[in-house]
Design a protein around this ligand. Sequence first.
Ligand code: MN
Length: 504
Amino acid sequence: MGLNGDRPTPARTTMNAPVDPKKLIKGGLYDWEVIVGMEIHAQVSSRAKLFSGASTEFGGEPNDHVSLVDAAMPGMLPVINAECVAQAVRTGLGLKAKINLRSVFDRKNYFYPDLPQGYQISQYKDPIVGEGEVLVDMADGSSITVGIERLHLEQDAGKSLHDQDPLRSFVDLNRSGVALMEIVSRPDLRSSEEARAYVTKLRTILRYLGTCDGDMEKGSLRADVNVSVRRPGEPLGTRCEIKNVNSIRFIGQAIETEARRQIAILEDGGTIDQETRLFDPGKGETRSMRSKEEAHDYRYFPDPDLLPLEFDQAYVDALAEGLPELPDAKKARFVKAFGLSPYDAGVLVAERASADYYEAVAKGRDGKAAANWVINELFGRLNKEGLAIEATPVSAEQLGAIVDLIGEGVISGKIAKDLFEIVWTEGGDPRAIVESRGMKQVTDTGAIEAAIDRIIADNPDKVAQAKEKPTLLGWFVGQTMKATGGKANPAAVNALLKAKLGIA
Ligand code: MN
């Protein structure tokens, strides 16, 4: 949780923005606006934990990756992992946020069996990263800016295992002490769709930066979702926090479900209790976990084992130097350099590996043709097989050769799809395959003419109709392509048919 029960300060950007009627939820009596803010816990990509040298590797036997520090043995002292600090600063820079040269680690005290210290080392009043923002593109082409309130570093807890034994519970401390970045947004989101798009974009940025792998199935990215509703123009309603939602689809479902629950209560004359709730995707409901803690419940105080974290601007500047090109910049460059639509460019930059692949295909070629092949054929096929871009059997070089062969008029677009299929299943050099299998487009008008003459001779009724109904040309084109095994040059076929049928 962010500032833990304090109402987030109003957003700078959208809190008083006009309400878009399309985003309102229809209740039984009124229209309602849903207000969403998120606290994302993102696991820092690092080899060792935040304050110990134990491995952060996923999996392993329970309690394989636990140092004496992680197990909170008496007298053990935390030592900050410099790489985790660098990763948090990189992330802050990627979120266009203020980097705080001095931050403080605090103890957040609570009792839970998977928390051996009895407190979590976190940051409270002085986080490492302050205000920033994320630009989020929506499917309809619009975009919203979501304010970031802060990012702080903290330790993850262990895990209680309740399903190993009928009578006893066990604790696995492998995750205990793993570094997390808690990224707190402003309550700037106004629909489940915006919330999903925000998490998707944040995940993309983290993956580009290499600061979090974004793997939600392994728990590397978890969302706490704050939801409230109000009638447009009214003050903010009481919010509920839905804890630990672990997929983007569930985030959307949890918001819809929780908003409708609150609307039903309010329209019935009731009030919302501020509380922490759990989303049950199986039952499609949220249910109460506990009443919401306030910050003072945690008795925060600076951890006496750790000095304030201090670094200078030169350190930040050096990290900024090493940042990769981020998705917004890459998208703008693709639009400009390759003449792509913002939508296509957005699809291509969603993953760094996809963007790199596209760029390798597009370089020195028709950027739009390359985008069509990457998005429609390659991504389509990868999706169908459930493969990631890294596992593509068709390399950028091979796809580039296919695009070249079409551009040179050696093969038609239709034959190119067959060729893509051959390269996908068998591999090989596309140019050599076209040669050896006789896939070259027939541009020899003599051969095409012969085929057309035969079709005209066999179908006198259709020839007569075509003069009245020029759309019948399509039928003749189809027949000619069939007769030539799909290899006839379509432009030549069209021209010859029009001439022979007397269609203007
Ligand atoms: Mn937290």
